[in-house]
Design a protein around this ligand. Sequence first.
Ligand SMILES: Nc1ncnc2c1ncn2[C@@H]1O[C@H](COP(=O)(O)OP(=O)(O)OP(=O)(O)O)[C@@H](O)[C@H]1O
Ligand SMILES: *[C@@H]1O[C@H](CO)[C@@H](O)[C@H](O)[C@H]1NC(C)=O
Length: 307
Amino acid sequence: MCFLKDFAYCLFFLSQALRLPKAGETIHGHKFFIGFGGKGANKCIQAARLGAKTAMVCKVGKDFFGDNYIQNFKDNGVNTEFVGQTSDAATGTASIIVNSAGENAIVIVAGANMLLGSGELHKALPVIRHAKVLVCQLEISPQTSLQALRMAQENKVKTIFNPAPAIPDLDSGFYGASGVFCCNETEAELLTGSSVITVEDADRAAQELLKRGCGSVIITLGPQGCVVLEGKESTSKHVPSTGVTAVDTTGAGDSFIGALALYTAHYPSMPLEEMARRANQVAGVSVQAVGTQSSYPNRKDLPADLF
Ligand SMILES: Nc1ncnc2c1ncn2[C@@H]1O[C@H](COP(=O)(O)OP(=O)(O)OP(=O)(O)O)[C@@H](O)[C@H]1O
Ligand SMILES: *[C@@H]1O[C@H](CO)[C@@H](O)[C@H](O)[C@H]1NC(C)=O
């Protein structure tokens, strides 16, 4: 099986072959798969499967893939009123070739994702303003993401920001616009400039990120779970993972944040540490099955004490 980080933007096309083709070469592969991805969509669908009332704000192409992508939201109970379709660009895609050693070559065409702008955000204002929480990441233009976070804040809507895919020159405005700033160890490392491997490293990185103005910070650490630093606390808490044997961790971070969003919306007075403990459990289920969205659990499949 192949283990890929979800950089799909929207859809991913995955071909498996013995080796990667050279320039100008045509080779036969043995397996092809089209999947739904996109970091925002993944989180939204995880939250919806846990019982959250969700709406997606994004842009896809006026094409076959865009139509299917929207249908996938509908099948998961997500409101698609603010999913725009444009004929100026294609639906975002990641075309991936994986060889038998698990190495890959990937072409990402962000396409329509980059055409989401302030016009669409203003149209979506009614749904943003009435939301309990807004979740943003960086598979659209960073300025649009930042503007959305600020719109939410102006309307007293809680915000969760995931700086992924990681960019080194993150606009410093993102910190102040993030109620919860949630990143993984790689992103924390890139943003703080110091290596994040241990829980102690993550605590130091969280302190540094908090100083930049976020409300609270969570750094996810894969099998080590996560570190949670609530704004009002002086030290972070380590929340261990469920310690399960992972089959495929692709999209685990999005499962975690989708769950975090649900708890933020439904349990406003729950301590962040407890939300993270429960989100670890949800993400811990997602790593035990293959795929990204296909591995995300529904509420009915989870222990009742998580809700
Ligand atoms: N091997 C594992 N065992 C148990 N839980 C895991 C494992 N890997 C990930 N998780 C859970 O998923 C959460 C997020 O994982 P991780 O830190 O790897 O996110 P990520 O790097 O953003 O993942 P991805 O990019 O694959 O979506 C962890 O905090 C943990 O709760
Ligand atoms: C963290 O997320 C980034 C994308 O921003 C990804 O490239 C990286 O592999 C992830 N790190 C880990 C340790 O999973």
